[in-house]
Each structure stands twice: as C-alpha cells, then as structure tokens.
Design a protein around this ligand. Structure first.
Ligand code: NDP
Length: 288
C-alpha cells in the first residue's frame, strides 16, 4: 500500500499535485482555506481535513503549495503548533532567503523541511516532464522520494535550502534572455517583411547551437582562464556595434544591444579584450 500524504493549498497547482498523488494510489488528505476547492478533490477520493492542524497530523509527509511564503507561515504557524517528526515539502515559489528562513523556523518546531520549486505547469504534474527541484538534507528527501515521484521528476540540488529558489531564478534569467534576443531579431526582420514565423526556426537553431557552448564555457569560468579559442571579446564587440547600427537604421529598439555592449566595453576597459566571452562573468558578478 502507498504512503499517506497531505496536500495543503488547492489552487491550480495544489489541485494538480493532489490529483497526481490520488492517481498513484496514495491516501491523500487535503486542506484549503476556501472549502469549495476541497469538495472537488473529495469527490475524486481525497480525505477532507477539518483544519490545518488535522491536515498536518494526518500524514507523516505534508506538501504545501500556496501563493507565497507569508501564506505558508500563516497556515503552518496557526496555533504555535509543534511540528515534531513531520516532514514538510514546501513547493510554494519564493526567494532563497525566505526558503532558508522557513527551513530554520520549521526545524525549530521539530519538522524536517525540504524546499522545492516546480518547473512545470499544472497539466504536466504527474508526468516525467514535470521537473521538481528539491533543496534540503538528502536523508529527509530519500525517506519520501517514492511518494514525491508521483508528481514528476525529482531533482535534489543540495542541502542549502535556498538552492531550489536560486535555480528557479537562474532559469528565469535564461528564459527571458532567450526570449528577448529572439524578439530583437524578430523586430529587426519584420521591418523588411519577414514575419515572425519565418524567422522562428532560424532563431531556434541558433539558440540550440549556442546552448551547446555552455559546458565548455563553464569550464573556462570554473578554471578562471579565458583563452580566446574561437573568438576574442574585441571581435564580439564589433559585432555588437553592428547589431546596434542595424537596429538604429531599422528604427527598432537599441536598448538591449546597448546594454550588452556597455558590459563588454567595461570588460575590455578592464583589460579582457583578448579573452573569450565568458570572461564577462566578472561583469555579472559585481553589483551595478
Ligand atoms: P493559485 O492562485 O491558483 O492558488 C493559490 C493558493 O494559495 C490557493 O489554494 C489559496 O487558497 C492559497 N492561499 C493564498 N493565500 C493564502 C492564505 N493567506 N492562507 C491560506 N491559503 C492561502 O496559485 P497556484 O496554485 O497556481 O500557485 C501556487 C504556487 O505554485 C505559487 O507559489 C506559484 O508560484 C507556484 N507555481 C505555480 C505554477 C503554475 O503554473 N500555476 C508553476 C510553478 C509554480 P484559496 O483557495 O482559499 O484562495
């Protein structure tokens, strides 16, 4: 028989989590501030907890997924309850500071705490495509991993409770950079009648090719050595000027290319013109 589990928070994501656990055969207890959402899950076989406290007591493992950490603390902190022996898996989005603070808070009340980030939309939950990042002690995760696997692919990042939130933010940086670069090119090409759908497959190919450079470039960063094996930053900056000129001539925004060139100019001023692009990590590693 499958391990019992509690889900607190039945918003769009919490419902998907509870449904995946029910589908995998786990006795699932649910609680939500607004009870109408509980009724829907009870109709699918979930057990109703009359209060947050009953929900926490119903299972050795409680998954919580609500709007923000303030809601997490108000739910778990109600009544200054001890959390002895409970394992909490918090899948609410937040900052790494909030994750570490909540870990400290939960552990002081006797709980084992894992902080997670869901890299998926609700319809993907329950499939291997749903990647769920986990941060916290490995032994706390191992005890409940068979249950958590019903939700998707569980990836343990390390003991630092802030890691899931940081990976989540790093992923956003990647996503927006790819999208913004694509939009810049699309804006440029549309001025001569090339529509977005025509350019998209080219853009996709470039994004995939550039992504292939990352492991090799990462080795340069980790070794703190940036030999110009394929191109020097000076050469890249001339191409950046080109992009700015083309954008200006076409009457599209130059904001993004100018920002990138400003960073490269600073790296060159610091003496890195003959080195390879990842030397720019220094620009990204200092406050601006
Ligand atoms: P919803 O807005 O659909 O649901 C929010 C949930 O939080 C509801 O259950 C709501 O209860 C509860 N809640 C909010 N404030 C309180 C409070 N003060 N006390 C008690 N309960 C409260 O959001 P989602 O389910 O979509 O998202 C939940 C979390 O999952 C967020 O952190 C989100 O960033 C993250 N996430 C969501 C993804 C998505 O695609 N939806 C993807 C990846 C992560 P009530 O029903 O009573 O209002």
């Amino acid at each position: 028989s499958r391990a019992p589990v509690t889900v607190i928070g039945l918003g769009l994501m919490g419902q998907a989590l509870a449904e995946a656990l029910l589908s995998a055969g786990h006795p699932t207890t649910v609680w939500n501030r607004t009870s109408a959402k509980v009724d829907r899950l009870v109709a699918k076989g979930a057990r109703r907890a009359p209060s947050e406290g009953h929900a926490l007591d119903a299972s050795p493992l409680t998954i919580i997924c609500v709007t923000d950490y303030r809601a997490v603390r108000s739910i778990l902190g109600a009544g200054e309850r001890a959390l002895d022996g409970a394992t909490l898996v918090n899948l609410t989005s937040g900052s790494s500071d909030q994750a570490r603070e909540t870990a400290h808070w939960a552990q002081q009340r006797g709980a084992r705490y894992l902080d997670g980030a869901i890299m998926a939309v609700p319809p993907a939950i329950g499939t291997p495509e749903a990647v769920i990042l986990q941060a916290g002690r490995a032994e706390d995760l191992e005890a409940h991993e068979p249950t958590l696997r019903a939700l998707g692919t569980i990836t343990h990042l390390g003991a630092n409770h802030g890691l899931a939130a940081l990976y989540d933010s790093a992923g956003l940086a990647m996503m927006w950079s790819v999208l913004n670069a694509w939009l810049q090119g699309t804006a440029l090409l549309r001025t001569v009648g090339v529509d977005a759908a025509t350019y998209a497959p080219f853009a996709q190919q470039i994004a995939v090719e550039v992504a292939g450079w990352l492991p090799g470039y990462a080795e340069q960063i980790d070794a703190d050595r940036f030999p110009a094996e394929v191109s020097a930053l000076e050469t890249d900056v001339r191409a950046m000027e080109h992009l700015i000129e083309e954008s200006e001539a076409a009457g599209v925004s130059t904001q993004l290319p100018r920002m990138i060139k400003a960073m490269a100019d600073r790296a060159i001023a610091a003496g890195h013109g003959g080195e390879q692009y990842p030397v720019m990590i220094e620009e990204f590693s200092t406050p601006s």
